[in-house]
Design a protein. Structure first.
Length: 549
């Protein structure tokens, strides 16, 4: 479970928010201008709650339940995947689980209520009557037929009796109505097979797969072995791989899809409980459900993300989730400042011109089992850190064998600027950086002229800085030698941040003194248009069709 977040909407709830966070090892966040002294602040409640929800973080709101209901209602889609959402009264007397009965909300409400000396207002009939949710077994157990759980719960509430086949202390210790001849069978077994008629089948996760060569083929061999042993695939608790062995990307994806962690170990696991041996594979059966944390370390992970152009709402849910689960953040100092603070998370800042060294440092941290997020602004794949991480990997492919790498898409500055302006990139366009630190100016000049000559709209990053003012003048001379003076040009500065500004002008009238590193320049094609609506706002767009069609 990712780290819970506790939102306080009024100063009267600040102290309770701190107590809730202490009970669940969470983070506190207060409404800007009203609540101070917490871990963080928010000014847009809808955006802040949506970001946490999409990142899968358990959410507590120290507020009226109706506030949270309205904030999360547009986000609801899958009850089995949605994170817990709980409302807590300002005085801590009542904790109400609103969403997430299948993902731990009831247990969290009891835990927080006990800590606050309050009441857990659990409304689910099964949870209240029996002290558990049959559809949501505790860690270490999998329900083979979750679609039947609602019907079974209804039958038990209506007076039916249950009996257990197998051993599951969490079931036996509940308040379910038991009878030796109960008509509803709750079967607990590692073996594969159909669930009992009218009942439920739980698989204890007692199997550990030990891969000598961690590749997708090894997982296929494991599946064949499990089939031969008559054991359910859902009994797999975790898998292991030896330190230094290259881990195939397909294997980590396949295990993640099963909700199974790969652990990196030194040497081999003990032989005492091996039930299957094959080349490169050993299958272990534990006497009780196993936990991944009992051996080795997690597979190191590097996630390259873009923070978006500025607004928190422009950060993708994937990026928000990666930020939340990261143990370490690596990036250029101003970009690190854009990321929310997480207690216990390490930050590794550096100068803007050491991208390759930054990428190598992130990979080295991940090689120690860390979960590292490498930050860019905008989209990491557009003049960002994704290319630097790829370059580091390409230079020495065998150096970090136990590190998984992924790149997440983001919202680029040109997309944000285009949206503010209308649709200036509505037809074919080219994207360039005018910085000559990583490529020579003659190459930039040649590309700029070629793109202008074929009538692309242009999005120009890094157009000017204090130390290279002359280059923007040269770039404008190149463009003016090819394009008409009335070509629409727009400057978008600090989009999504404080000081946001857009300027719409023409190529002939653009003053180069207006251009700096905070500005993105969009130069229209011959077809780009600017128009003014009745409210006085000017919009810019490039038509989707081109003359001659």
């Amino acid at each position: 479970m990712t780290r819970p977040i506790v939102f306080a909407f009024n100063v009267s709830g600040a102290a309770t928010a701190r107590r809730v966070a202490l009970a669940v090892d969470g983070e506190t966040c207060g409404l800007e201008g009203r609540v101070t002294g917490l871990d963080g602040a928010f000014d847009d409640a809808a955006a802040a709650v949506a970001e946490a929800f999409r990142a899968g973080r358990p959410i507590f709101g120290v507020c009226a339940a109706g506030i949270l209901i309205r904030l999360v209602a547009p986000l609801l889609s899958d009850k089995r995947a949605e994170p817990p959402v709980l409302a807590v009264s300002d005085d801590g007397a009542v904790v109400v689980p609103l969403i997430g009965g299948l993902t731990g909300a009831d247990a969290l409400s009891r835990r927080v209520a006990a800590s606050l000396g309050g009441q857990a207002a659990i409304t689910g009939a099964g949870a209240r009557r029996f002290g558990l949710v049959l559809e949501a077994p505790p860690p270490g157990w999998r329900l083979a037929n979750p679609d039947d759980a609602k019907r079974v719960t209804s039958d038990l509430l209506a007076g039916a009796k249950a009996r257990v086949e197998g051993d599951a202390p969490w079931l036996r210790d509940s308040d379910l109505p038991w009878a030796e001849d109960g008509g509803i069978v709750l079967r607990v077994a590692p073996e594969a097979g159909p669930p009992p008629a009218g009942g439920l089948l739980y698989h204890p996760q007692v199997i550990v797969a030990e891969f000598e060569r961690p590749a997708l083929a090894a997982l296929h061999a494991f599946d064949r072995a499990m089939e031969g042993l008559g054991l359910a695939a859902e009994t797999l608790a975790y898998a292991t791989a030896p330190e230094g062995a290259p881990v195939q990307h397909g294997l980590t994806d396949a295990l993640a899809a099963r909700g199974v962690e790969l652990r990196i170990i030194e040497g081999r696991l003990d032989d005492r409980d091996v039930i299957h041996r094959a080349p490169g594979l050993r299958v272990h059966r534990r006497p009780a459900p196993a936990a991944a944390g009992e051996v080795g370390r997690p597979l190191g992970h590097v996630t390259v993300i873009g923070l978006g152009p500025g607004l928190d709402g422009w950060r993708t849910p994937e990026a928000a989730a990666a930020l939340d689960r990261a143990t370490d953040l690596v990036g250029y100092e101003p970009y690190l400042a854009m990321a929310p603070e997480r207690p216990g998370q390490r930050r590794h800042g550096s100068d803007n011109r050491v991208e390759l060294e930054r990428a190598q440092a992130a990979l080295s941290l991940a090689a120690q089992g860390r979960n590292v997020a490498v930050l860019s602004s905008g989209d990491a794949g557009v003049f960002g850190m994704a290319a630097a991480v790829m370059e580091a990997l390409d230079a020495d492919p065998a150096r970090w064998p136990g590190v998984a790498v992924e790149v997440l898409p983001g919202l680029s500055a040109m997309q944000a600027a285009a949206a503010r302006l209308g649709a200036p990139l509505g037809h074919d366009f080219a994207v360039m950086s005018l910085s000559h630190y990583l490529k020579p100016w003659p190459v930039i000049a040649a590309r700029l002229k070629a793109a202008a000559e074929v009538d692309f709209a242009l999005a120009l990053y890094n157009p000017a800085s204090k130390l290279r003012r002359e280059r923007i003048g040269e770039a404008l001379e190149i463009l003016r030698s090819v394009r008409a003076p009335d070509t629409v040009v727009a400057l978008a500065r600090s989009v999504g941040r404080a000081g946001e500004e857009t300027i719409i002008t023409t190529l002939g009238e653009l003053d180069p003194e207006l251009v700096d590193m905070r500005a993105l320049v969009i130069v229209g094609s011959s077809q780009t248009r600017a128009f003014t609506r009745g409210d006085g706002r000017v919009w810019v767009y490039t038509p989707r069709t081109y003359p001659g069609v």
